[in-house]
Design a protein around this ligand. Structure first.
Ligand code: ZN
Length: 466
């Protein structure tokens, strides 16, 4: 029994896929005109956790995340950079893929691009005009007539009368009603455009997702998600478009993720507290970033700070320490195992990752207790820990790999590279063989000063960053 909070009903709904065992999930992706930031990472990893967990529970998931590769911001940025829209877009799609892979996010099943779905958008707009929900303005823009869609505002829980306050018509718009939104924009000189029944132009942002979602996943989706800022107007408009065109219920469950704040302030470029994923990953490893972002529930705001990330790193270390020196094997997760049961119960309750993480810590503690009493029992428990954590993308690295990653920003300035550390370890070994114990100790202390802990064992020395 999986319960998920539905933004439409404002409560946790029992989730029942349209086709038993199969899930259609559409998540609004990135508008590619700049590097992705930590707010994007939050949304991507929240849905990555859901995706992994649903797969682990045996669902077949068709996970679609689109790429918005044409819009005002893209055109403006390409113009500022004096480059073509294609060059800009290709560069930032590549960067986005690099960043998401570096975060350990799984690729979606399909990743449609808006510019490759234009015929489907034109078809949907044509249907909306035929169904009386849209009209062609004198300037050849096509608008959605919001007042024609009776339940407009139901998703974002807004009343039309409240929306009217502040709604304005721009000078270059030709709307019948200030609430109406654009489906198709007539071409302006120098902008990319496509032929349509209403002349050359390009799609509005909202129609993209309606057309791509319906094209790939069908008229009714099990899950539609995105960041909280998309509820209005983007998702409200998608709903109006899709239901206006198909006459069918568009989405069974709307999932929205919370904001990322920086030191308790809103993240923004003008405040100078804006962090790209690649910047963050220079200081903190991907497992730490994942732990940090999922240690809050996906709907709550999360506060980005160096301190919170350092804490997340320390938490990851505690979990990875339980796996060190253990003989790990692939295990089937047994639903009757008390830890597995508790972990599933937490995740089945609206993907409650903070609670699920606390189960992992309890299990890690039991591994540590068992390690001095019954080594093979400790190995079994550790294998369950690794497997369970893997369902949400944690503990995916070999412990020694995790511990050798750079972790602390304070030590980072003079942190040794892995090669430099290996060299010093080799020098120390040579000194010990030559019985120069003073030199060997000096090297050990030097490493310790730089935050590297050596552990001698039967096969030599292994090391980790403190
Ligand atoms: Zn969208």
């Amino acid at each position: 029994m999986l319960y998920i909070h539905n933004s439409f009903t404002k409560q946790k709904d029992l989730f029942t896929p349209i086709t038993p065992g199969k899930i259609n999930m559409y998540v609004c992706g990135i508008t590619v005109y700049d590097y992705c930031h930590i707010g994007h990472a939050r949304t991507v990893l929240a849905f990555d956790v859901m995706y992994r967990y649903l797969l682990a529970r045996g669902f077949e998931v068709n996970y679609v995340r689109n790429i918005t590769d044409i819009d005002d911001k893209i055109i403006k940025r390409a113009h500022e950079n004096k480059e073509s829209v294609e060059t800009l877009v290709d560069r930032f799609i590549l960067a986005m893929h690099e960043d998401f892979a570096a975060l350990g996010a799984q690729s979606p099943s399909q990743e449609p691009r808006a510019t490759q779905t234009i015929p489907q958008m034109i078809a949907m707009i044509t249907t909306l005009i035929a169904n009386g929900y849209a009209y062609v303005a004198k300037n050849n823009d096509v608008y959605y007539h919001v007042r024609k869609f009776a339940s407009y505002g139901a998703l974002s829980h807004r009343k039309l009368d409240d929306l009217c306050v502040g709604a304005r018509v721009d000078v270059n718009e030709d709307k019948q009603d200030p609430l109406d939104f654009v489906l198709w924009k007539a071409a302006k000189p120098g902008e990319p455009s496509w032929p349509s029944p209403w002349g050359l132009g390009r799609p509005g942002w909202h129609i993209e997702c309606s057309a791509m979602a319906t094209d790939i996943l069908g008229e009714t989706l099990d899950i539609h998600g995105g960041g909280h800022d998309l509820v209005f107007p983007h998702h409200e408009n998608e709903r109006a478009q899709s239901e206006g065109a198909t006459g069918k219920h568009f989405v069974n469950l709307w999932i929205h993720t919370g904001f990322v704040e920086v030191d308790a302030e809103k993240m923004s470029k003008s405040l100078g507290n804006f962090f790209t994923i690649r910047d963050v990953l220079k200081t903190f490893d991907a497992q730490t970033v994942r732990f940090f972002l999922i240690s809050s529930h996906y709907r709550s705001p999360v506060n980005y700070s160096q301190e919170n990330l350092q804490q997340a790193r320390a938490c990851c270390e505690r979990l990875y320490l339980a796996l060190r020196c253990r003989k790990l094997s692939e295990v089937e997760l047994d639903e009757n195992n008390a830890y597995v049961k508790r972990f599933y119960a937490a995740m089945d309750d609206d993907f409650n990752t903070p609670e699920a993480l606390s189960v992992l810590f309890d299990l890690a503690r039991e591994v540590n207790i068992a390690s001095s009493l019954d080594s093979s029992h400790a190995d079994e428990l550790a294998s369950v820990l690794k497997q369970l954590a893997g369902t949400i993308g944690l503990l995916s690295l070999a412990p020694e790999v995790f511990f050798q990653q750079t972790s602390k920003p304070s030590a980072n300035l003079d942190a040794l590279s892995n090669d430099a550390i290996e060299q010093l370890i080799a020098d120390r070994k040579a000194a010990r063989l030559a019985k120069d114990f003073a030199k060997a100790d000096a090297i050990r202390n030097e490493l310790l000063d730089k935050g590297v802990i050596l552990e001698d064992n039967a096969t030599g020395s292994c090391w980790r960053r403190s």
